[in-house]
Design a protein around this ligand. Structure first.
Ligand code: GTP
Ligand code: MG
Length: 259
């Protein structure tokens, strides 16, 4: 009992000292301290809210036949569902990546949208782009050269969209079908794409302004185009949807959809 009284007495003394100390501080300084505390708390709350609403949507885009749907199933089920046909509707799903399904604890489901490459269905892209956390642009590394112009035009369109440029949506150029020895390497593909986009850039900037459908111009004026000039991050990877060699793709998804 005596110990208790002693303790409460001491506590009161300390409190008294504290109050005296606080009274010595000029009120201005106290207000400033309170304001700083308030602002920090507010900032933390905002950051928290912002983080929670972060998108988990990853888009699979690219020409028809590049292998998007095979990649979609590979990411979801870990198998290729061979014999897919040209998709007529976007393929959509929210799931835990197959490679992470056995992992306990921190995994966040990914909302994956596979937008068909058929030109008639490409406007569907605009429906999902405003919420995209990342774009995977799938390129057929086997039939690459015959499609170079078409691939570059589609990529150019994506890289100049307002919803991509303004929000700096990261883009992964995924060179697919590397299971075949005749597949081109990602370095070769990157160089060819940069060259072709440079040509597109020159021809499109010649058109009168009213005809330009693209919302932003690409690259640095007066310099030969390079993906490093894009305001958003553009990286390049290799994959094979058929054999399930998709680790670089999964890494990109994880980087932009954090658990
Ligand atoms: N060798 C090889 N073939 C592949 C690979 N991925 C897909 N293919 C083949 O490429 C063809 C097209 O694959 P899809 O996944 O249907 O292509 P897509 O991009 O969804 O095409 P659209 O739906 O028309 O836009 C199929 O015949 C697949 O078997 C791969 O990694 N390696
Ligand atoms: Mg498809």
């Amino acid at each position: 009992m005596e110990g208790m009284e002693q303790w409460s007495h001491e506590a009161k003394q300390w409190l008294q000292r504290g109050i005296e100390y606080a009274q010595q501080i000029p009120p201005n300084q106290l207000y400033a301290a309170a304001a700083v505390l308030l602002i920090t708390t507010l900032l933390l709350v905002i950051v928290r809210l912002f983080k929670r609403t972060k998108s988990n949507t990853i888009m699979l885009t690219g020409l028809t036949g590049s292998g998007k749907t095979v990649l979609f199933y590979q990411l979801r089920d870990g198998s290729s569902h061979q014999g897919t046909v040209t998709s007529m509707e976007p393929n959509e799903g929210t799931f835990i990546l197959h490679s992470e399904s056995s992992k306990k604890g921190k995994t966040k489901p990914v909302h994956l949208v596979d937008v068909p490459g058929h030109s008639r269905l490409r406007p569907k892209l605009d429906e999902f782009l405003p919420q995209a956390a990342g774009i995977v642009f799938v390129v057929d590394a086997l039939e690459f050269l015959p499609n170079l112009r078409a691939v570059s035009e589609y990529l150019y369109d994506i890289l100049t969209k307002a919803s991509v440029v303004k929000r700096k949506v990261p883009v992964l150029i995924c060179c697919n079908k590397t299971d075949k020895v005749t597949a081109h390497t990602k370095d070769f593909i990157r160089k060819q794409l940069e060259k072709e986009i440079e040509k597109l850039r020159a021809s499109r900037s010649g058109i009168s302004e009213a005809d330009v459908a693209n919302e932003f111009t690409l690259g640095v004026h007066g310099e030969v185009f390079s993906f490093s000039h894009c305001s958003n991050k553009v990286s390049i990877a290799e994959s094979s949807g058929l054999t399930g060699d998709i680790s670089q793709l999964e890494q990109f998804i994880r980087e932009h959809v954090e658990p």
